[in-house]
Design a protein around this ligand. Structure first.
Ligand code: ADP
Length: 243
């Protein structure tokens, strides 16, 4: 990754720093079932952002007193590995990681049929292997896939992407430089099949009109990622039934 001290031009001849058009996603790669010991797992890449999600459960709740009599408890831990960022990140859990673990859990919870598994827990682990912007949204996409890969019944998949404003232009799926030097950063996650938004945050400044445009740009990107999620699940399911 480039080290930049002064703000570089983020849009040149209508193209972004990595050559993308404003409404273009980074190349997205999905791999399912990458971990033998987990009940479900997924590796997701948005360009250089690489995130691994593992799901365990539904399983017995420990400590027992946190169990719910009418549904499963979902626990989520998002973590950035020390080597994932350009400057070594301290392995101690940061305020940011604690907050993001909660935000990601809340983005996924509406999709999971927790009522089918009372008195159990579903544990979601998200490890950021390489960070280049959009790790929370790639984390949501990966975790939804890991839940489906674990065979946990879901109302819909959840996918996420961040929209930003850089050099006055709204751009889809921002990378770290665009996040760092842009005017706004808006991560969004949604369940496209159910037409519900489950995560929406905005840092920076947008007009209400830009906000509306940014949201529809995010939902357009999410719909594309959702199609890739379904394709990956279909592929794995087809190859498992053939065996
Ligand atoms: P997101 O990764 O969801 O976009 P942020 O907006 O907080 O979340 O972070 C943007 C990017 O900044 C991250 O993807 C990562 O590349 C970088 N970053 C965030 N926190 C750290 C950190 N503690 N150390 C190094 N890089 C970080």
């Amino acid at each position: 990754m480039v080290s930049v001290k002064e703000k570089p031009p983020l849009i040149v001849d209508g193209k972004r720093i990595d050559g993308r058009r404003p409404d273009e996603l980074r190349p997205i790669r999905i791999e399912l079932g990458v971990l033998k010991n987990a009940d479900g797992s997924a590796l997701v890449e948005y360009g250089n952002t690489k995130v691994l999600a593992a799901v365990y459960g539904p399983r017995e709740v420990l400590p027992k007193h946190i169990a719910m009599t009418d549904r499963a408890v979902i626990r989520c831990r998002y973590r950035m590995l020390s080597f994932s960022a350009e400057e070594r990140k301290s392995p101690a859990p940061s305020r940011r990681e604690i907050e993001l673990s909660k935000v990601i859990r809340e983005a996924l919870e509406p999709a999971v049929m927790t009522e089918l598994y009372p008195r159990t827990t579903i544990d979601i682990f998200i490890e950021v292997l390489n960070a280049d912007g959009g790790t929370r949204t790639a984390g949501v996409t990966a975790a939804a896939l890991a839940l489906a890969d674990a065979g946990i019944p879901m109302r819909d998949l959840v996918a996420g992407v961040a929209v930003g404003k850089v050099d006055g232009v709204l751009v889809l799926d921002i990378n770290e430089i665009e996040d760092m030097y842009g005017e706004a950063d808006m991560p969004v996650a949604a369940m496209p099949g159910l037409n519900k938004i489950t995560l929406l945050q905005l840092n920076g400044v947008l007009t209400p009109e830009e906000f509306r445009q940014a949201l529809s740009m995010a939902l357009m990107g999410i719909r594309k990622i959702y199609e890739l999620q379904k394709e990956a699940l279909r592929k794995k399911y087809a190859s498992t039934t053939e065996e």
